[in-house]
Design a protein around this ligand. Structure first.
Ligand SMILES: Cc1cc2nc3c(=O)[nH]c(=O)nc-3n(C[C@H](O)[C@H](O)[C@H](O)COP(=O)(O)O)c2cc1C
Length: 393
């Protein structure tokens, strides 16, 4: 259950005060406010998946700017089929673990908390130096095209169906990556069950045609997520926070909806709520909109009906009034920002100070969504605003 701690005495109520109250998550995580940075892949690690000094600067800025929680980009979990993108960071060996230590320390130095998102790309892997083939629940060609801003081109590869051994290897990858996350000093992990990656491929009927215990019924299709959660729990200590992220949409199919509507939501969230998780992260395009059709509860609100742990809502909540509303109406306990945080690493501090939040600038992610491009783009915009000639490309 979320624990709402009273605002300290003498702290005058401010606009959006709801977002600036502390929150306790699980046994081990005390957040100073309700504002989290959403996980965002930035393909800025070294070629062998090590976090860099530039990444430490990037993550530190969010904590310095007032976010109570930073969730890292999706980190690949094994050196078999997990990696999705070239220059994606990992937690698949001890050297990768050690590269995260300075990042964690710099977030902690500002009183921020940091959770590592653990990700297996499955059939959506488009850049994996460890393997030529891709693997997923079944040999079903993913819809859509590889993501160009992560250096992909053309259609996805046809994946091979995972064997029982492949499934064990993937589960073990999550467990060992979680152990390394704890060793590196992270406050927790978030298991990436959303956005069309491996765990979501198992959950989704049209990408999972299996006839074993991992396919068929919704309960069977959720089994792998449950196995991963249990294995992660076993490989970490009790107070280490374990969250899970769930969505309807996918990076290769934005508008996908769960076929069974609210009945599916009840079953999915009910099953997740019965597992040993500390928070549930839902993501939709606009977090406050009805999850199904024109009316009815949002996905976060549905989650909150069925789970006792805090719900983290995501989706266009850089609109502070909507963010406030989602928390005030108790649809969610805390909110995560993606684009808002990219635009302003100090988004919470700006809100408190009553400063303007600018509209998201897509140039920050184009043509490649890495940190070097964002730095270059900011410099160009700054020079253009100052009336100086634009930098040569
Ligand atoms: C550049 C970029 C990278 C992303 N990478 C991830 C990721 O690694 N893991 C994940 O779960 N979601 C990822 N997302 C989705 C975001 O976490 C978030 O759900 C999305 O940006 C919508 O939230 P917003 O409206 O606050 O931007 C990414 C989004 C962006 C813009």
């Amino acid at each position: 259950m979320s624990t709402l701690v009273n605002r300290p005495k003498g702290d005058a109520p401010t606009a959006h005060a709801e977002l600036f109250t502390p929150l306790r998550v699980g046994g081990g995580l005390s957040l100073s406010n309700r504002l989290a940075v959403a996980p965002m892949t930035r393909v800025s690690a070294t070629a062998d998946g090590h976090a860099t000094k530039q990444m430490a600067d990037y993550y530190e800025a969010f904590a310095a700017g007032g976010f109570g929680l930073v969730i890292t980009e999706g980190l690949y979990t094994d050196k078999a089929h997990a990696q999705g993108y070239l220059f994606q960071p990992g937690l698949a060996d001890d050297a990768q673990r050690d590269a995260w230590r300075p990042v964690v320390d710099r977030v902690h130095a500002h009183g921020g908390r940091i959770v590592a998102q653990l990700m297996h790309a499955g059939a959506l892997s488009q850049g994996n130096p460890h393997r030529i083939t891709t693997k997923g629940p079944s040999a079903v060609l993913p819809t859509g095209q590889q993501l160009a801003f992560y250096r992909g081109e053309g259609p996805y590869r046809m994946p091979e169906a995972m064997s029982a051994d492949d499934i064990c290897e993937a589960v073990e990858g999550f467990a060992q990556a979680a152990r390394r996350a704890q060793e590196a000093g992270f406050d927790g992990v978030e298991i990436h069950g959303a956005n069309g990656y491996l765990l979501d491929q198992f959950l989704t009927a049209h990408t999972n045609l299996r006839e074993d215990r991992y396919g068929g019924s919704l309960a069977n299709r959720l089994r792998l997520t449950g196995d991963v959660i249990q294995a992660v729990r076993r490989s970490t200590t009790e107070r280490f926070v374990v969250g899970v992220r769930i969505s309807q949409g996918k990076v290769n199919d934005f508008t996908h909806k769960w076929e069974g509507g609210e009945a599916d939501a009840a079953q999915i969230f009910g099953a997740l709520g019965a597992l040993p998780i500390d928070y549930l992260h839902t993501t939709e395009f606009e977090a406050w909109r009805p999850a199904f059709g024109e009316h009815g509860p949002s996905l976060a609100a549905l989650a909150r009906r069925h789970v006792a742990v805090p719900v983290l809502a995501n989706g266009s909540l850089h609109d502070a009034t909507q963010a406030d509303g989602v928390v005030a109406r108790q649809e969610a306990d805390f909110v995560s920002l993606g684009r808002g945080a990219l635009m302003h690493a100090d988004w919470p501090a700006r809100l408190r100070a009553g400063k303007v939040h600018k509209t998201f600038d897509r140039g920050l992610l184009a043509p490649i969504a890495d940190l070097a491009n964002a730095v270059r783009h900011r410099a160009e915009v700054h020079l253009a605003v100052a009336g100086a000639p634009a930098l040569n490309r």
